[in-house]
Design a binder for this molecule. Structure first.
Ligand SMILES: Nc1ncnc2c1ncn2[C@@H]1O[C@H](COP(=O)(O)OP(=O)(O)OP(=O)(O)O)[C@@H](O)[C@H]1O
Length: 255
């Protein structure tokens, strides 16, 4: 049975609240007023066709590109004017699509570098904490990044996102280039993070696998949110199709 707040008590404020976010590149407008909410410890998948603006939205949240409009709040504070480093310090980690690790450095040093802003005395423990999620790369902690397989490098990139102990971890297509077994392993980490209370925003093409670890889903099309639903909603595949292709195209498909 869901635990409801006592009557009259204020609902806990969400961890991340986006209202009317607009962003793009120079004169190119990509996001046209995006509203999105993530609760503490919630796993949310962001779906959408190629070019919809998913990566751009993650970049706008993590300070890699400044939004040109709207309001973004994280853990009770405005994200306006925050650069990527400040966003990480505020508790936001963004594992970018196709993230490259430092191949000339060891696995351990890659993680230490990612823990740059963690107090020195805590860094080693944070590195171990991140490695504990990935026994396969923990075994290779003294090996150079270059010696890891593509999948292991991808895991190392996710582990780098974890050393800062984020309240929200944003993963941009973590399955890209991974074998099905490794995809499951990365998504299992998402499941474990959720159990531990870390919120995750997941951009993923493997829709079914992503939904299996998610609480809710948003779909973005042409820079606008066109659907918001619970991940276990029975009618979701049909709604997604309509959201992706528009109602008319969907009716034509089923005609
Ligand atoms: N650095 C950039 N400079 C100019 N335009 C860009 C840049 N990055 C992305 N775009 C454009 O912004 C739009 C949205 O791209 P974005 O990568 O955010 O979409 P996406 O939904 O993540 O797509 P995909 O699933 O293909 O990664 C696209 O039209 C893309 O060409």
């Amino acid at each position: 049975m869901p635990i409801s707040a006592p009557e009259g008590a204020a609902a806990p404020s969400p961890l991340l609240t986006l209202r009317g976010i607009e962003a793009g590149y120079g004169k190119i407008r990509v996001l046209h007023g995006v509203d999105l909410v993530i609760g503490a410890g919630e796993v949310v998948t962001l779906l959408g066709p190629n070019g919809a603006g998913k990566t751009t939205l993650l970049r706008a949240i993590s300070g890699l590109i400044p939004p040109s409009g709207g309001d973004a709040r994280f853990a009770g504070r405005s994200l306006a004017g925050l650069g990527p480093r400040e966003a990480v310090k505020a508790g936001l980690a963004h594992v970018i699509e196709g993230h490259r690790i430092f191949t000339a450095q060891t696995v351990y040093d890659n993680l230490l570098l990612a823990a740059y802003d963690v107090p020195r005395a805590e860094r080693a423990a944070r590195v171990e904490e991140a490695l504990a999620h990935f026994p396969e790369i923990a075994e290779k902690r003294h090996d150079k990044g270059a010696s890891l397989s593509g999948g292991q490098q991808q895991m190392l990139a996710v582990a780098q996102g974890l050393v800062t102990r984020p309240r929200l971890l944003m993963l941009d297509e973590p399955s890209a280039g991974l074998s099905p077994v490794l995809v499951d392993r990365v998504l299992n980490v998402v499941r474990r993070l959720r159990e531990g209370g870390t919120a995750v925003l997941l951009v993923e093409q493997l829709i079914e696998k992503a939904l299996a670890v998610s609480d809710r889903v948003y779909a973005l099309a042409q820079g606008r949110i066109v659907l918001e639903a619970r991940a276990d909603e029975p009618n979701l595949p049909h709604r997604l199709e309509r959201a992706y292709f528009g109602e008319e195209a969907s009716s034509a498909l089923h005609a």
